[in-house]
Design a protein around this ligand. Structure first.
Ligand SMILES: [Zn+2]
Length: 321
């Protein structure tokens, strides 16, 4: 059972209940001991946030210790994401280790996870480059915005709305939504994402220049960065992590289930996307090369964050085709 992490909220009743329970449960310290299941359940109700904070601080500590820390927002966000992910997994794991001392067990769980999963890779500094920063902004947005998620297919694979409908096998009565996702993204979502991600028009122009001069190298770098960072941006429900083999993908489409998973997983997992295209399903392979083809601007081009680029008239026609 995943007890989940209860983060602070504005629910007055929940806050009051939490405060009352705090009176009966110690704050998280090295000395805290959880003897049995009932105590563990009480502990989770009041101390999930403490666990998350401790995990994040310990992740930062490990990154600094291994000289892979950089004092940038990208690294802070990375530490928070890793802390969240590890705490979620720890909550299930710790239940199987009762009685236990949560602080010590959490530290050893994180240390173990780092070495097993190679979470700390020397490639992380790529997040400090403009391209890494761009991808971080894009994918962080996709985690919270459907427009951002759907249009990842454009930015990563140069897929038009029609391609997306085909790849996801969107039923006819829902296809207008994909057009809307693309239109809203171009109208404001992308610009907002760039601004939040700290990307200036100048940086975007330079990225475009890199693509023009050597698109192969840029695409290879995009693949390389994505391979490393994708697991940390995926939706937190474990059911969205699972990769499937070709047969499982074909079954999913043939019997038309897991539409949500389809969108999430294919946008975020290059391996499964390639395998699906290679399966020749829906004639995808004839039409699409499952290759990364990075796009800086939203579909339709001529959109900037400083309003200086004029919008293409043809673009609107493209969308209503
Ligand atoms: Zn996959």
């Amino acid at each position: 059972m995943n007890a989940g992490i209860s983060l602070p909220n504005n629910d007055f009743d929940a806050v009051m209940l939490s405060a009352q329970e705090h009176q009966h449960v110690d704050r998280l310290t090295v000395a805290t001991i959880i003897p049995d299941e009932a105590s563990y359940d009480r502990f989770l109700k009041t101390s999930s946030q403490d666990l998350l904070e401790h995990a994040t601080q310990y992740v930062i500590h490990r990154l600094k210790e291994t000289k892979r820390w950089d004092n940038t927002v990208a690294y802070e966000k990375l530490a928070l994401r890793l802390g969240y992910e590890l705490t979620e997994r720890f909550i299930d794991y710790a239940r199987t280790k009762l009685p236990m001392r949560p602080v010590l067990l959490l530290d050893s769980f994180i240390a173990q996870s780092f070495s097993q999963l190679d979470l700390i890779s020397p490639d992380w500094p790529t997040l400090s480059t403009p391209l890494g920063q761009y991808l971080d902004a894009l994918i962080s947005r996709a985690v919270v915005s459907r427009d951002g998620l759907v249009t990842l297919f454009w930015h990563l694979y140069s897929m038009t709305p029609s391609h997306v409908m085909k790849v996801l096998a969107i039923p006819e009565d829902q296809q207008a939504r994909i057009f809307k996702n693309y239109a809203r993204w171009r109208k404001g979502g992308w610009q907002q994402t760039m601004i939040v991600g700290g990307l200036s028009e100048q940086v975007l122009l330079e990225l475009e220049k890199d693509v023009d001069q050597d698109w192969r190298t840029v695409n290879n770098t995009v693949c390389h960065i994505l391979d490393r960072i994708q697991p940390y941006y995926r939706k937190s429900e474990p059911s969205h992590y699972l990769c499937r083999d070709k047969e499982a993908w074909l079954d999913l489409y043939a019997n038309n289930y897991d539409q949500e998973y389809r969108l999430w997983h294919l946008a975020m997992c290059q391996g499964c996307f390639k395998s699906l295209c290679e399966s020749q399903m829906n004639g995808l392979a004839d039409e699409l090369q499952p290759l990364t083809h990075f796009q800086v601007r939203p579909y339709g081009n001529h959109v900037s964050i400083d309003g200086k680029h004029k919008r293409s008239q043809n673009f609107v026609l493209d969308l209503v085709k």
